[in-house]
Design a protein around this ligand. Structure first.
Ligand SMILES: CC(C)(COP(=O)(O)OP(=O)(O)OC[C@H]1O[C@@H](n2cnc3c(N)ncnc32)[C@H](O)[C@@H]1OP(=O)(O)O)[C@@H](O)C(=O)NCCC(=O)NCCS
Length: 188
C-alpha cells in the first residue's frame, strides 16, 4: 500500500523534509529551552545526523517524524510524527509519537493538532494496535500533549532510558499509551 507522504490539518502541513529545513532545525536543537529535557544541545553535525536518521526512517518504513510547516506563518517549525524506537524495553517493539517545535510556536495547540493527525495515520494506515509516547517526568508540556491526545500513563510502565547512563538525572521516563480504537474506518 502506498502511504500518504503528507498530512494536512486545519493549520499545519506535515511534510517530508527539505534541505532548507536543516538550518532552522539546527537552530532549535541548540535552544536551551527546547533541549531542557534532553541530554544537551545538539551541535550542527548532531542535528544533521538526526535529520539523516529521520530521512532513513522514511525510506525504510514510509513514515517518520514529519517536518512541520505552518502555512502563512513559517516554512519550518520543527517536527511531529512517528518513529520506531531504536532501543529495547518492556514495551518495544512499538511505534512512538513524538514532537519538537521551536519555542516561538509553543502553546498554540500546534503539537496536539499535528500529533492527532500522526496518531490517526498510525491507526488507519499502519494499523498500529497501540501508540506510545514517553518523556522525563518533569517535561510537563510534553506530558500535557500526551494527555490531550487521550493517552494514559501507568506508573508500572515507567522505565529507565537505556541510552542514558545509570545515575543520569534524565534517565527515568514516564510512558503513555493509547490503543487503536476498534472499528476505525478504512482510509478514505
Ligand atoms: C512539547 C512541545 C512539542 C509542545 O508543543 P506545543 O505546540 O506548545 O503543545 P500544545 O500547545 O499542543 O500543548 C501544550 C500544553 O502544555 C501546557 N503547558 C505549557 N507550559 C507548561 C508548563 N510549564 N507546565 C505545564 N503545562 C504547560 C500548555 O498550557 C498546553 O496545555 P493546554 O492546551 O491544556 O493549555 C514543545 O513544548 C516542545 O517542542 N518542547 C521541546 C521539545 C520536547 O520536549 N519534546 C518532547 C520530548 S518527549
Amino acid at each position: 500500500m502506498n502511504l500518504p507522504t503528507d498530512l494536512r490539518t486545519k493549520r499545519l502541513h506535515l511534510r517530508r523534509w527539505r534541505a532548507s529545513d536543516r538550518q532552522p532545525f539546527a537552530q532549535l536543537n541548540c535552544d536551551p529551552q527546547v533541549v531542557e529535557f534532553f541530554s544537551g544541545p545538539h551541535s550542527r553535525p548532531e542535528s544533521d545526523a538526526l535529520a539523516d536518521r529521520i530521512e532513513a526512517h522514511f525510506q525504510q518504513h514510509g513514515f517518520a517524524p514529519w517536518a512541520v510547516e505552518i502555512p502563512g506563518v513559517t516554512e519550518f517549525a520543527g517536527f511531529i510524527g512517528l518513529s520506531i524506537p531504536r532501543f529495547e524495553a518492556a514495551f518495544t517493539p512499538c511505534i512512538e509519537v513524538g514532537w519538537r517545535l521551536a519555542a516561538e510556536y509553543w502553546n498554540q495547540g500546534y503539537a496536539t493538532e499535528g500529533a492527532r493527525a500522526a496518531v490517526d495515520f498510525a491507526f488507519r494506515w499502519i494499523k498500529a494496535k497501540e501508540i506510545v509516547s514517553f518523556t522525563v517526568p518533569a517535561n510537563l508540556r510534553s506530558r500535557r500533549v500526551m494527555k490531550k491526545l487521550g493517552m494514559t500513563r501507568s506508573a508500572e510502565d515507567d522505565f529507565d532510558h537505556p541510552f542514558l547512563p545509570i545515575g543520569h538525572p534524565l534517565r527515568r521516563h514516564v510512558l503513555y499509551r493509547m490503543k487503536n480504537p476498534d472499528g476505525a474506518p478504512p482510509p478514505s
